[in-house]
Design a protein around this ligand. Structure first.
Ligand code: HAS
Length: 550
């Protein structure tokens, strides 16, 4: 088994560091609006005091969603996957300039989209459903971010292909394989928004066509929108499989199961977007049923992940002296903030995942859809499993790329536990008040119809959201002070790449072959989406003129 002592060059570290810089910078702005919304729900509306700068609740909500859900994630992920590919393959990027072009294209896109967002010309929320119409620069900026991420992906593919050529018959290292599968899935998934923006939203916002077709736009959007959540999730899983085992002093329980999970995500992530459209009248019931079945199938690789990761943790905890049914939990290295962040994110994800299964049931969805339950769900997934894993990764990655120790482990622990505690309060309240009928994306504090039974829960939304704000800002300040501090101690950090218990060479060959999985993915996509896309495109009616509702 390879011991992998490869280290990134100074230039590569800097490149990865730039990704983290832009990701955290976006988070630092996006996170500002979280407590504003949460406090507004509990009756304390601070938006009027910010009027000269931020015009409305909806501008804040759009900035919150776009910067946190789209920018923090995409910039962090492309940087982290670059590192994982290089480290996994023990070689630098084959064409580093190509990766650099991709990255700076993303930056140009971010700036282009940020201008209309900040000027209140694109308060269309992160799903940008037409007929709400944003300034053209918003759509162009988003397109450039996606195109930039594709180019970075090509850089990874060339590097991976070069390694495969030089190492015939050798199993691809898991960290690199998982990264490349994630990127391929992302490139297939983003075809939906690419077509939506290029054929409808961009020409429409430029005045080249008069209207859009909101139903078709929603179908294109959710073609991308659901797999987008797995684009966020898979790098967290990659960390749980490829780095966390070493951090807890153990080895990955099963290399084969981990690979199998990634392939299943490639196969199943995309063809299930209609579960976001259960209430859309333009999608026939049979197709919703098919996508519901496929949604329950994508539950499987997450359950495999839960099994493999918990087995890894249990074995490591027992090797550290943990006894009894749960004693191994205590002996895990909770004093390491990087480990704690990921474990806490995983615990919250159990609940987020179960909520996802409730969403996926057609009948239950009719009750939950468009209620506060849904943001309750996605804060337990993207804002917990994903964000807490990314926080955990940065606790070793930032010292690795800057050569400086975190200036305070204690602050990192505070950040983790505040975020976790705030999230438990906030997300529970959002789920409950959603079940009671509270709508999502609505400034409830201003609504005249709030029933008495919502009040206590809305107060908890405000309290939880405020605690989360202190958690995330502790994190952001900690990273900024570490990166810029002249006093920080020099760090001699290694990338904690884990080994598996089983020699990867013994992993079955079918788990290292691309063609069958790619063919299967394309065939399933054609079956699950083809007829509906043909039907909706052939009945297209570009008759929704669009406008501003903010
Ligand atoms: Fe979801 C809506 C269904 C997962 C994000 N989801 C959303 C939206 C977002 C989102 C952002 O079917 C809102 C979109 C919008 O704005 O309208 N979701 C699911 C299902 C899953 C799921 C079935 N969602 C996610 C993930 C997300 C995410 C992951 C982000 C990263 N979701 C839906 C549906 C809707 C929806 C409907 C539409 C609702 C509507 O009507 O609008 C599944 O993939 C979940 C499977 C996961 C599990 C959990 C396994 C547990 C694990 C933890 C292991 C623990 C460890 C820690 C390692 C079953 C893997 C151990 C620690 C120790 C100390 C021991």
């Amino acid at each position: 088994m390879s011991t992998n002592t490869y280290e990134l060059s100074a230039a590569e570290k800097k490149f990865v560091g730039w990704h983290v810089f832009f990701a955290v910078a976006a988070l630092s702005v996006g996170a500002l609006f979280g407590p504003l919304q949460a406090l507004e729900h509990s009756g304390l509306d601070l938006y009027p005091y910010l009027k000269p700068v931020f015009k409305s609740y909806y501008q804040g909500l759009t900035l919150h969603g776009v910067l946190n859900a789209l920018v923090w994630t995409t910039f962090f992920i492309t940087g982290f996957l670059t590192l994982a590919v290089s480290k996994g393959l023990e070689r630098p990027m084959k064409y580093p300039k190509l990766n650099a072009v991709g990255f700076w294209t993303m930056v140009v896109g971010l700036v282009t989209a940020a201008i209309p967002l900040l000027l209140d010309e694109a308060s269309v929320l992160y799903t940008f459903y037409p007929p709400m119409k944003a300034n053209w620069a918003f759509y162009l900026g988003l397109t450039l971010v996606v195109v930039g991420s594709w180019i970075e992906g090509y850089g990874m593919y060339y590097t991976f292909a070069a390694w495969r050529k030089e190492n015939p018959g050798v199993r691809s290292p898991l960290a690199a394989l998982g990264s490349v599968i994630t990127m391929v899935m992302w490139q297939i998934a983003t075809l939906g928004v690419a077509v939506e923006i290029l054929t409808m939203l961009l020409p429409w916002s430029l005045g080249l066509i008069e209207g859009t077709d909101p139903q078709l736009a929603r179908t294109y959007f959710w073609f991308t929108g659901h797999p987008l959540v797995y684009f966020w999730l898979l790098p967290a899983y990659l960390s749980w499989y490829s780095f966390l085992p070493k951090q807890v002093g153990g080895k990955l329980f099963s290399d084969s199961l981990a690979r199998f999970a990634f392939w299943l995500f490639l196969l199943l992530s995309v063809p299930l977007g209609f579960h976001h459209q259960y209430v859309d009248p333009g999608v026939p019931a049979g197709w919703k049923f098919l996508h519901a079945i496929l949604t329950y199938s994508v539950f499987l690789p997450s359950m495999m992940t839960a099994f493999t990761v918990v087995a890894t943790l249990e074995k490591a905890g027992r090797a550290r002296g943990g006894k009894g049914l749960f004693g191994w939990l205590r002996t895990l290295p909770w004093n390491n903030p990087s480990v704690t962040a990921q474990l806490l994110g995983g615990i919250l994800f159990f609940f987020g995942g179960i909520g996802g299964l409730a969403n996926a049931s057609y009948n239950v969805n009719l009750v939950l859809h468009n209620t506060a339950w849904v943001p309750g769900h996605f804060h337990l997934t993207v804002a917990s499993a994903v964000t807490m894993s990314f926080m955990g990764i940065t606790y070793w990655l930032v010292p690795y790329v800057t050569g400086k120790k975190l200036i305070s482990d204690k602050a990192a622990h505070w950040a983790n536990w505040l975020w976790f505690t705030g999230m438990v309060i906030f997300s529970n309240a959002m789920h409950v008040v959603g079940l009671l009928g509270a709508p999502r994306r609505t400034p409830l504090g201003l609504a005249p119809y709030i029933p008495e039974e919502w009040s206590g829960h809305l107060l908890r939304v405000g309290i939880g959201g405020t605690i989360m704000f202190f958690g995330i800002y502790t994190y952001i300040i900690l990273l900024a002070r570490t990166a810029w501090s002249k006093k920080a101690e020099a760090a001699d950090v290694e990338i904690p790449l884990a080994q598996a218990e089983q020699d990867p060479q013994n992993t079955p060959e079918w788990l290292d072959k691309w063609v069958p999985w790619l063919v299967g993915t394309v065939v399933l996509l054609i079956v699950a989406y083809g007829p509906q896309l043909i039907d909706q495109i052939s009945n297209i009616s570009l008759n929704a003129p669009g406008g501003r509702v903010w």
